[in-house]
Design a protein around this ligand. Structure first.
Ligand SMILES: [Zn+2]
Length: 355
């Protein structure tokens, strides 16, 4: 049986296969409308995220399956003190597949060990949100036909932006992607990503602070929100807001086929005057998210007899130092650790490094 906890759980070939199915769903939706007849998806949302939950539910409905679930923890047995492991076991006995969102880092991996059915991580704290990345990948793939020789710009908050880190991890596996990192000094991409994932993949990058100067070279521009609360005062924030806001005037400097992505919801970082531009793909991203979830559900349900890749996690008698980690939350959890490819010891649940 397979799960999707992190985007890197899928090989490059598997990701390609899922994108091919998604394109086929878009071309022939009727061929898929009965594929999950008799199957049930549970959406277990321990914190609200209406948009993501509805995307999963619409995906299962369009496959002819049924959906059960809850939309925040107040409606579940966890308020009575039930462990996540027990909730996963119980719900897993009712359904064919689970999509779960949880506020704790590492919760998805923990629940997947008990669910007995495939589990899709629909966001676990600040850790991962892989189906978001699937939507991003399909949007780029449909517009560009592949990932060769692309120059991808990431603009905005590159420090805390989980969607940015995850998309970089997915793109790093394709040779030939160049990256331009566009952000203010305070919100630069963390060094561990540059020296780890990107250096390992030999992914060339440059860091700049001006969107206007960078935009003419880009094939893909991935915008993210700069959050006001990251700044000490409103004046500092207002200056940045203007500098990093994408407008029709800035789009006039971009290539004719440069596409614009954004994880949504947007606030002010993309002016509404960009919306009518055919290069703006952020609303198409939403529908791509639904078809990728459909393709992912089909993939996981067709791999029920596969052995998951052996993660070689070990009990080392240690504790995870990340206070947001699920391993520090539930008494029943045995803290497990794994070695990364570059030799670091990390928590198996939340992937925080053990110092
Ligand atoms: Zn941890």
């Amino acid at each position: 049986m397979r799960n999707l906890i992190d985007i890197t759980d899928l090989t490059t070939d598997e990701l390609q296969g899922i994108m091919d199915v998604a394109c086929d769903i878009i071309a022939h939706p009727d061929d898929y409308s009965e594929r999950c007849r008799g199957k049930i998806l549970a959406t277990l949302f321990f914190e609200p995220s209406t948009r993501t939950r509805l995307s999963f539910e619409a995906a299962m409905c369009d496959l002819g399956g049924k959906v059960i679930g809850f939309s925040d923890a107040g409606n579940s047995s966890t308020v009575k003190g039930e462990s996540l492991a027990d909730t996963a076991r119980v719900i897993g006995s009712y359904v064919s597949i689970i999509a779960m969102r949880h506020p704790k880092d590492g919760a998805a991996y923990h629940a997947s060990r008990y669910a007995g059915v495939p589990l899709i991580n629909a966001g676990d704290g600040g850790h991962c949100h892989p189906t978001h990345t699937l939507a991003d990948m399909l949007t780029i793939y449909r517009a560009k036909g592949g990932f060769d020789k692309l120059t991808v710009g990431f603009c905005g908050d590159l420090k805390y932006g989980r969607t940015v880190h995850s998309l970089l991890a997915a793109l790093a596996r394709y040779g030939g992607v160049k990256v331009v990192l566009i952000s203010p000094e305070q919100l630069k991409l963390p060094d561990y990503i540059k020296t780890g994932l990107m250096a390992e993949a030999g992914m060339p990058y440059k860091e700049v602070d001006s969107l206007e100067n960078a935009i003419p070279d880009l094939d893909v521009l991935y915008m993210t929100r700069i959050q006001r609360e990251r700044f000490l005062n409103d004046t500092a924030y207002a200056d940045l807001e203007d500098k990093y806001m994408l407008t029709a005037a800035k789009m006039a400097l971009a290539k004719d086929d440069c596409i614009v992505l954004h994880p949504l919801p947007r606030v002010t970082e993309i002016d509404v005057d960009v919306d009518p531009d055919p290069r703006a793909k952020y609303f198409e991203q939403v529908s791509n998210g639904k078809v990728m979830r459909m393709a992912l559900i089909l993939f996981l349900l067709s791999h029920l007899n596969d052995d998951a890749p052996d993660p070689s996690f070990e009990d080392r008698g240690l504790f995870c130092g990340n206070h947001r980690c699920v391993a520090n939350e539930e008494r029943s959890i045995v803290p497990l650790f794994k070695k990364t490819r570059d030799g670091k010891l990390v928590c198996a649940y939340c992937e925080a490094e053990v110092k």
